[in-house]
Design a protein around this ligand. Sequence first.
Ligand SMILES: C[S@@+](CC[C@H](N)C(=O)[O-])C[C@H]1O[C@@H](n2cnc3c(N)ncnc32)[C@H](O)[C@@H]1O
Length: 321
Amino acid sequence: MKSNDLSKTGSSHIRCDSLAIFVWFDKSNTSNAKGYYDSDDAQNFYNKIWAGEDELFHVGRYDLLTSEEKNVFPIEQQIRRAEELHELELMNKIRHYCLPSSETNFGLRVVDLGCGYGSLLRRLYKEGMIWKGTGVDISLKMCKEARKRNQIVAASNTIEILEQSYLQISVGNESVDVVISMDSLLHVGPERQRAVIKEVYRMLRPGGWMIFSDIMQNDNADSNEMQPIYDRLNLSNMGTISNYKSALEENGFANFTTDLHSDNISKHYGHVLDITQKKGHEIGLSDTYIKKAEVGLKVWKENSPGNIVWGIIAAQKTNKI
Ligand SMILES: C[S@@+](CC[C@H](N)C(=O)[O-])C[C@H]1O[C@@H](n2cnc3c(N)ncnc32)[C@H](O)[C@@H]1O
């Protein structure tokens, strides 16, 4: 029988309170993401251009759109549908790895790292796949919005939202069946991603899974073409598949798999750029924000091919270190 313990355990909570200050206000990276995602312009952009009512804001699977969807849907609808398709892929993997049909189950204990508006947790909840969900996000505004949206679908008793860094989470040891994440870990760079893996290892029960999508760089990425992307992220480097693989294996994970669909990155940022140019002023984004967003989105669109890798990684905690 699984214990229903996703509560703030004494030791980890105290650890979190003291260390969170260091983590959140360390200028080298996490505070950059927090400040950015908490700004009014960014909220407006994600709410009205990228995420919309569907609450999604990650890269989409344009390669899975039907030819009818490609020909008939306006760009905005294609973005939403492609993002939805990515979420469905993640959901199917979670079901496949964590809910084998042979076992009776009562749903999963799930933690989502950098949950944003919490769309994936709510999707799993609506599918009856969650026993206890915890969304973790460093942005106050993301957390507020996620809580509001959970309330609307009566999910607040099942899904809690913690305004914390995923480098230090107040969730008990070995109290989680699966840790998920969508396009969020890129924000902390390769060294801190290794620290996140340790934190995931601590929270997962033996046999539990980490299943996540992320935007990474190729091992042989062109550093000149990558520099403007690093500048956007305020990082000196980005994570790689090999960095995740070694961090996972060194921390007692096995059954490592990847499912990569990197071509979608350039398409995605190109589409978001189109919509920003068409609608930015209409939805009240400032001139400064639009100009910055245009430069950033163009860099992602043009410099991703050959340099950026995107897809889903899965690995299982086996305890054999
Ligand atoms: C691109 S958004 C993805 C949101 C969500 N996973 C989704 O796909 O809709 C990245 C999210 O990661 C969060 N984030 C960035 N750094 C973080 C950190 N150190 N700890 C927790 N959340 C973080 C941001 O606040 C933002 O909500």
